[in-house]
Design a protein. Sequence first.
Length: 255
Amino acid sequence: MAIINLMIMRNLIALWHLLLSIFFIYLLGVYPIHAACNDPPAPRVIWIDCDKRNLDLKGAQLEYASLTRVDFSGANLTETNLVGADLSFAKLNTANLDGARLSAAKLIGADLRQATLIAANLDRVRLNRAEMANAKLERANLQGASLYDSKAKQAIFISAVFDGATLEQADLSGADLTNASLRNTNLLQVNLEDALLIKANLEKAKLERALLSRANFNMANLNAATLAGADINSTNFDQARLDNTIWIDRRRCKP
């Protein structure tokens, strides 16, 4: 009986080792590990704290990569696949990300000053507290993105799409949002002083307590938007659409 029990125990241990081996092989196959800075670009690569300044990474496949605190200053990242990548606190100042794919990527606290992201796909991206002064994002897709407390002074967002995005407490003073779409966007306490929003679509946008001094909303669509408590000193609303808009005194504008 003791011999039988010993054999059963040995078989169970062997089976356990086999299952562990299969499990780790599966993990390595699904989540390949690349930890060195000199590893080539690849999905899920780990380049944490690496120096990638001025590199040409055009079209690289870096989806779901770990890129926190990487220095990409001046790098060529045009048409790069960065879907789901973690670029938190990365340095991307003066980098070129035109046409890059960044859906659901994390860029929390990232430095994007003077970077170009023309026609980049940034839907559902997290840009909270990012530095974006003088960045160029013409025709960029930022639907559902979060830019809470981001700093985007004098950034260019011409024809960009922010529908459903959150820009609460963001600083977009002097930014150019001409012809941008900001439908259903959260702009609570946003700073849009001196910003251009000519022909922008802000239908149902929330602009409570926003700083709008000297902003230009010429021919903008503000239908059903909320401006309660906003600062509109010297703001231009010439030819703007204000049907059912909640004005700064909380009164509703008549259609």
